[in-house]
Design a protein around this ligand. Structure first.
Ligand SMILES: [Zn+2]
Length: 257
């Protein structure tokens, strides 16, 4: 990512943090700095796992795929900007499938559940991922890269765009309804992703898209409304605040059921 893009991303994050405090969408369940510290700590462990293990492996997969001409993209005779757009869309689509698997396969849900046990939803939830989820995603990510044929530049672009969009749709930002409705035709918005974080199972089993909303509409998993004003955030009903401490969240994937 270039310096200008990095600065734009940082400014965007700062604006989002400021705006979600000025115009909150949901009332907080857990107040205070403890929750923020917990989410940052979980995010730091995951960031270290990504930097030390995930990134080197997926970068290598991308290099090998390009060197050997693997995947769909090298076979397409279209201009480079279009190729990049197709690659970004296909990475986003296959991420939709991965997210669905995280919810449907019990062993994978164990790794994704810590992300959902947060009783509130704001941009810090976007950092709250268990490191095991990222370890489990490595084979899938390598398959995405190799089958699509994604090069380094496009891969970093996709990673930056996905990160920005994940921060945005987890944020507690109350957008004007009309604007949000229009945006939701294209990308995942805070209200849409809030439904995915509901502790009501049928509501949680919707809105799996991370970037473009077309994938949910294509597969009938889109949900724009829940018929009530407030969505209760959490992994399950009775997901109590004492269950979401840092040590319990870290231990969650390894718990006996
Ligand atoms: Zn999820």
């Amino acid at each position: 990512m270039g310096v200008a893009a990095r600065i734009a991303l940082l400014l965007g994050i700062a604006a989002l943090l400021w705006l979600e405090r000025k115009r909150p969408l949901r009332k907080p369940v857990e107040r205070g700095a403890k929750r923020l510290a917990r989410n940052l700590a979980l995010g730091a462990v995951t960031a270290a796992t990504v930097a030390g293990i995930e990134r080197p492996i997926v970068t290598r997969a991308s290099r090998i795929a390009v060197e050997r001409g693997w995947g769909l993209l090298p076979k397409l005779a279209v201009p480079i900007p279009l190729k990049t757009a197709i690659a970004l869309a296909l990475m986003d689509y296959t991420l939709y499938w991965w997210h669905m698997l995280l919810h449907r396969v019990p062993a994978l849900w164990r790794t994704h559940q810590p992300h959902h046990t947060d009783r509130d939803l704001d941009s810090s939830t976007a950092l709250r991922f268990h490191f095991t989820e990222f370890l489990a995603s490595i084979p899938w990510r390598c398959a995405q890269i190799v089958l699509i044929g994604v090069g380094q530049r496009t891969l970093s672009m996709w990673q930056a765009l996905t990160f920005a969009e994940v921060l945005f749709h987890h944020s507690n930002l109350r957008l004007p309804r009309g604007l949000e409705h229009a945006l939701a035709w294209i990308v995942v918005t805070p209200r849409l992703h809030g439904i995915h974080h509901s502790f009501v199972r049928e509501e949680r089993d919707s809105n799996f898209s991370s970037g473009l909303t077309i994938w949910d509409r294509l597969h009938g998993t889109a949900r724009f409304d829940i018929g009530r004003d407030e969505v209760e955030i959490g992994a399950r009903e009775g997901n109590q605040l004492q269950d979401v401490t840092l040590s319990k969240t870290l231990a969650l994937p390894f718990e006996r059921t």
